[in-house]
Design a binder for this molecule. Structure first.
Ligand SMILES: C[S@@+](CC[C@H](N)C(=O)[O-])C[C@H]1O[C@@H](n2cnc3c(N)ncnc32)[C@H](O)[C@@H]1O
Length: 187
């Protein structure tokens, strides 16, 4: 099962489900608003974009893993904001533990996050640290939470290629922004 955490309008989950018909894809978010349209679309007839292998649900990180404990083979967290961004970017041990709780051993993880120079997050997380030192800190914190990851800076072009709605918005906005990608597996 592939879980897209902080799925927003579900575009990534729908696309993934379409390209991998034998994988169950679940998109969850703290906000129900964006989930109505993809849920409606998925429940429709196949000729109208309906898909039998995708589900959407309300699940704030603060209540995870809930019923999804230990069920996830592939976890994505793409361009989060708010408390989900803080959890993956600072990172916060409790939030990472909640994400780890969702996953099977050996599950894959892909996290991509971005922040601007004026964001409170940038000040808290990166007080004058160079990229490599920051990446090493992230890798260590994720390891303590049970994820073996590599961390790297990514450019706008690469972010723009991610098939999500916010990837396009953020990659092509004029605001200065740095992006970081973490990929790996759970132990
Ligand atoms: C910028 S949108 C990105 C949506 C989608 N991943 C995309 O790339 O288009 C950030 C999403 O993170 C969700 N989010 C923020 N805090 C969250 C939390 N604590 N738990 C779950 N989702 C959260 C928001 O509701 C929002 O849908």
């Amino acid at each position: 099962m592939h879980l897209d955490f902080g799925t927003g309008d579900g575009a990534f989950a729908l696309r993934r489900a379409r390209s991998e018909p034998s994988t169950l894809v679940i998109g969850v978010d703290a906000s129900a608003e964006g989930l109505r349209e993809p849920s409606r679309k998925a429940a429709g007839k196949p000729a109208r974009g309906g898909l039998a292998n995708v589900l959407f649900g309300l699940l704030p990180l603060e209540r995870a893993p809930g019923e999804l404990v230990g069920l996830v083979d592939a976890l994505t967290v793409l361009l989060p904001w708010g408390s989900l961004l803080r959890a993956v970017a600072l990172p916060e041990a409790e939030g990472l533990a909640r994400l780890r709780g969702l996953c099977k051993p050996g599950a894959s993880l892909q996290v991509v996050f971005g922040y601007g120079p004026g964001d409170p997050l940038a000040v808290q997380a990166l007080p004058g640290l160079q990229g490599e030192v920051r990446a090493a800190g992230l890798v260590q914190a994720y390891a303590a939470a049970g994820f073996e990851v590599t961390a790297r800076s990514v450019g706008r072009e690469e972010v723009g290629e991610l098939p999500t709605t916010w990837a396009k918005k953020l990659a092509y906005s004029n605001n200065e922004r740095e992006f970081v990608a973490l990929t790996g597996v759970t132990r």
